[in-house]
Design a protein. Structure first.
Length: 477
């Protein structure tokens, strides 16, 4: 099955998408995809071309994605929180043909308004895909922030996405379900678990364009939402705001994106009488590696091994171990990184094992637990932040001699970045100006929340910056 064929799983007269009062049946869905498809083809889109999508959640986002896939072209969904510099890097690296966007971008690439794209006149009918086009062809490039600077584009095939969508059967979603789609659709967790899985089961996707806690709670109650797939920070906000009766129709609640604190689980369960399922994944795995089966939730665990995948846990020498780095192999593992063969070889070994960079273990019942992160990634409100990327921008600020960005705990966001820096001799750095500089050159969620000037950045015996020492000193202060 190809990704755009997923919509055929629904019944034509059943509701597929509800978006700000607009209701689209599966038949409407198919018709709008056809309209977008013809328009894209008329603009010269062909197999293998890349099309950027810079948009908040909307029915049009879905139509554009499915239409692009149906032409054998490759979607490039872009985080709309990124700065112009970051966005342009992705557009240039992926060499997009043009961008479908909900707002005017500061870029030289051709842009079309995604909201009105389907209304543009078109008298061209796009042909069917060639017979030799198969499920191993690329469908999307998901850009994930790099640990060494610029982001890398994980290339996912039609097979990757459909395989991972089928693995979401553990949610037990069905035709009568109404799924809340509140996380950004550019995020692979939302796209696979809350969008593709919903359509694969013939259910309803209820689109939220901008997250506002009270409006989301009202939507859950008024629309009779049954499935809620969100991140810990949103669980915390809606638990404090909602009443038990607001969640009377909810049958399944799932958290992903980052570790779910026990306190949030307990408060939610005590108030609504519902457990929270957890999952674990990464963009390179489409993204799900572990998911919790509905009705088998276990606090602290991100679920069990999914059908059709293999798992290994290895020590630093590559030997199997009870606790160690998590490796995964299966149909959901990416094709590789776009235009980056070296990074691909480093991520996927010759035997096809994807090295996640995360430390995991299993309990006696086969439940998986993520213990730590080998990588220095910070997860703030479900968004991945890589310190090295932020540090490189910090170094561009006048007067900075050395810098280290480290994740520190935050009650609402899970983690936030703290920037520690050393100033060049004879110079001064105003932390307020440094913050403004970062806000101009980075997505706002990547900008550190705290800034600390150090007389001297501690280093290891080999001369590397010692983030462990910085953090230990910070926690003692």
């Amino acid at each position: 099955m190809l990704v755009h064929e997923i919509l055929n799983q629904g019944h034509g007269s059943d509701i597929a998408i509800v978006d700000e009062g607009r209701r689209f049946t599966y038949a409407d869905f198919a018709q709008n995809v056809k309209i977008f498809r013809n328009r894209l083809y008329a603009l010269g889109v062909r197999e293998g071309d890349r099309i950027g999508i810079f948009s908040r959640n909307s029915a049009e986002f879905v139509f554009a994605y499915f239409a692009t896939a149906s032409l054998g072209a490759i979607n490039v969904p872009i985080n709309f929180q990124l700065s112009a510099r970051e966005t342009n890097y992705i557009l240039e690296n992926s060499e997009v043909k043009f961008v479908l966007t909900y707002e005017k971008l500061d870029t030289n690439f051709t842009q079309y308004d995604i909201a009105t794209f389907g209304e543009m006149p078109c008298d061209v009918t796009a042909p069917e895909l060639p017979a030799d086009f198969d499920e191993n062809s690329p469908c999307v490039i998901i850009y994930t922030s790099g640990t060494t600077g610029n982001p890398k584009g994980a290339v996912l095939s039609h097979r990757n996405l459909v395989h991972n969508t089928r693995q979401c059967s553990v949610f037990k979603c069905h035709r009568e379900c109404k799924v809340l789609c509140v996380l950004p659709m550019y995020h692979c967790f939302e796209w696979t678990c809350a969008v593709l899985n919903t359509f694969y089961r013939g259910a309803e996707a209820h689109v939220v364009r901008v997250f506002k806690p009270k409006e989301v709670v009202d939507m859950i109650r008024e629309h009779g939402i049954t499935d809620v797939i969100i991140v810990p920070s949103i669980f915390k906000l809606i638990t404090a705001l909602a009443k038990p009766e607001d969640f009377k129709t909810v049958r399944f609640a799932m958290s992903g994106g980052t570790t779910l604190p026990d306190k949030i689980i307990q408060e939610f369960t005590d108030k609504f009488g519902l457990p929270i399922a957890e999952g674990y994944g990464l963009s390179e795995a489409s993204p799900c590696v572990f998911l919790t089966t509905h009705g088998e939730e276990r606090a602290g665990s991100c679920g069990k091994i999914l059908d059709g995948e293999e798992i290994r846990i290895v020590d630093p020498d590559g030997n199997d171990a009870p606790i160690g780095e998590l490796l995964v192999r299966g149909g959901q593992v990416m094709l590789g990184y776009w235009k980056n063969p070296q990074a691909t070889v480093e991520a996927i070994d010759r035997d096809g094992w994807l090295h996640t960079g995360d430390v995991a273990k299993f309990d006696a019942d086969g439940y998986a637990y993520i213990v730590n992160r080998i990588k220095e990634m910070i997860i703030s409100m479900g968004e991945n932040i890589y310190p090295r990327e932020v540090e490189e921008v910090v170094y561009d600020f006048p007067g900075i001699k050395d810098a280290a960005v480290i994740g520190v705990e935050d009650k609402l966001r899970g983690q936030v970045g703290a920037c520690f820096y050393e100033v060049r001799e004879g110079e001064k750095v105003d932390p307020r100006e440094l913050k403004k500089f970062l806000q101009k050159n980075l997505a706002l969620y990547k900008v550190p929340r705290e800034f600390h000037e150090l007389a001297e950045i501690p280093r290891t015996s080999t001369g590397k910056i010692s983030k462990r020492q910085i953090l230990e000193d910070f926690l003692k202060a």
